[in-house]
Design a protein around this ligand. Structure first.
Ligand SMILES: [Zn+2]
Length: 282
């Protein structure tokens, strides 16, 4: 019996992104503030359909906006780790990374009663130290890499990528990777932005993006008996009216095709039974 699993994930960044980028003018902050509006709409939508989701929440959001975070937990959704600030781990020292892990885990524990089982890097760029830190601090899975689209895999430690010699894979760890993709993330499709690094055009027509997201699920259903597809949404992005409407249409399609909606923690646990690796019997 095929099982096509869908993880709906929401990165609840609110104002942590502009603050991490030094964009603290009132307009820049208000752009993130809209995430509070979007989160309410999304929680209503998920409740109306009875769907579980995973919310990756920075410690900054948990400490700044405790009420919506409590609502997320009360609704039965998983809360995953998303740093304390929204600085990418690759830009931090290992000691700073560990401080972020510990501080945000305390904030998560204050809401849920337990530390996070899963981690997603802010800005999707982990460092050479991140995996070891996640293992040391008891995480079950990471969701920050892009090595597959439908099959979770065991994250590797110590890949070697010299400029003038061949690439060498490192050894797999017991940390499960729940892969992501920019194409399955609402942010680059929709968000317009100008930075010193360049212009992110965004503002794509929603119908075209919906078709991409539908086709990625359908391809999994056509080519895999078992697989997981992970969609990444940001409340301040997907929460706009025309985007809420395509999200509802996406959920209609997935439901009609027999998708199995799971939290990422539950999907990761099931994935371990499907994989060969360090603890495939775990
Ligand atoms: Zn984020």
């Amino acid at each position: 019996m095929p099982r096509h699993i869908v993880c709906l994930t929401f990165d609840f960044d609110v104002v942590s992104i502009p603050i991490a980028r030094g964009q603290t003018t009132p307009t820049a902050l208000s752009r993130g503030e809209f995430g509070l509006v979007g989160a309410d709409r999304l929680l209503d939508l998920l409740a109306a359909r009875g769907l579980p989701a995973t919310w990756f929440i920075p410690g900054h959001t948990l400490e700044s906006f405790p009420a919506p975070c409590a609502r997320i937990h009360a609704a039965g959704h998983e809360i995953g780790h998303h740093g304390w600030t929204h600085r990418q781990p690759a830009a931090l020292s290992p000691a700073e990374e560990e401080q972020e892990l510990l501080r945000a885990n305390l904030a998560i524990e204050a809401v849920t009663g337990q530390k996070a089982r899963g981690y997603r890097s802010p800005a999707w760029n982990i460092s050479a130290a991140t995996l070891d830190l996640l293992i040391t601090h008891g995480f079950s899975y990471d969701s920050s890499m892009m090595g597959h689209d439908y099959l979770p895999y065991f994250a590797r430690r110590g890949d070697q990528a010299p400029l003038l010699d061949p690439f060498v894979f490192g050894a797999p760890t017991d940390l499960l990777e729940m892969p992501i993709s920019w194409s399955l993330d609402d942010y680059p499709h929709f968000e317009y932005g100008v930075t010193q690094a360049g212009i992110l055009p965004g503002l794509s027509a929603a119908g075209g993006v919906l078709q991409n997201w539908i086709d990625d699920f359908d391809y999994m259903a056509e080519t895999h008996d078992w697989g997981v597809i992970t969609y990444t949404f940001h409340p301040f992005v997907i929460g706009r009216g025309h985007r809420m409407k395509i999200l509802a249409r996406l959920l209609d399609h997935l439901s009609a095709k027999g998708a199995i909606f799971m939290t990422m923690e539950a999907a990761a646990a099931e994935a371990r039974t499907h994989l060969t690796g360090p603890t495939s019997d775990a």
